[in-house]
Design a protein around this ligand. Sequence first.
Ligand code: HEM
Length: 337
Amino acid sequence: MDDTGIAQKLVEVLHRPDGDLMKRPVHTIGISATGFFKPSPIARNFCVADHFREDKTKVIVRFSNGSGSATVRDGWSDVRGMATRFHLSDGTDTDLIAMTLPEFFSPTPEDFLDFALAAKPKPYKGESPWRKILNLLNLTLPKRDPYPGETISPDEGAIEFADQNAHAQLGVLQAATIGAPVSYVRAAYHAVHTFVITAPDNTRRWVRFSWQPIAGVLRTDPSLPPVDDYLKQELEGRLAAEPARFSLMMVIGEVGDDFNNSARPWPPHRQRVMMGTLTLDAVPKDQEEQNEKLSFNPGLLTEGIEASDDPVLHIRREVYELSSEQRGATPCPFSGS
Ligand code: HEM
């Protein structure tokens, strides 16, 4: 299968039976907020990109639940997304798409297709307490009990796949135990892939970005019954009272680190640079245009930031274009390439 064939198949496979074909096949439920990004004083020494040189860059951010279900289940354990669009001073845009999972499930698009096929939601099969204990003794991840109203399981197939495929184990384990944040702005988000940045002296560095919330990370209490719909109201209420902030952190890779496989972590003692602060202070009223119709794309980069050779990062450009076209969203404005 060529890249276009794989991209088409991926979009098709990701749609869930309880999703909505006119909405995103994953990260279906979300809300956008606006604000600005201010680079740290040292950011411009590392990267010539416009938003690291300008004093202030306007942004729009879309927060989302990772699930492709069209029903709001904020309190269920799920990966969350944070897609940021920087409106650059020359009128173009650049996107940084991140999620609460620090590593992805698969090193290549083909592996991800296998994973997505295996991980398609399946009817929930309960697990007896004895089976849970046996699983723990065997060092196997015990299954979580279904939430009230949960009939299909997103984890069942993924866990079976991870049992057979070592590369998926870290991502699946993290996803299966991730929980729910008390607020979209109280979670850390990772752009996962490696990007290549260029400094003013033309030094190129292989880096990974993540957003750290200034308010700190906090999850809901898993022993309490989950609340279905609170994240949207929480964000609206919070931003009406005071702005929310994130630090943009950048980790610099070293020789021997895997630059082209976002399923593999880097060693924890790499150099970290604070690249700037994001301030969110408003929720746009028109959520149809400013959230549902928006289309972000990880390929929407700008001078000073290039994609690494990670094949998953490359296929995503086509996948997101296709998905946004199928759901009738506003096309993503590519800069140059
Ligand atoms: C081959 C791997 C992947 C595939 C096939 C895929 C597929 C998709 C698709 C089809 C969409 C909906 C796009 C749209 O209709 O606008 C989407 C959205 C999203 N994906 Fe991925 N994805 C992949 C990897 C990733 C990774 C590695 C991340 C984390 C960095 C990620 C985070 C997100 C987020 C946050 C959104 C929501 C964007 C928004 O708010 O519009 N995805 N993905």
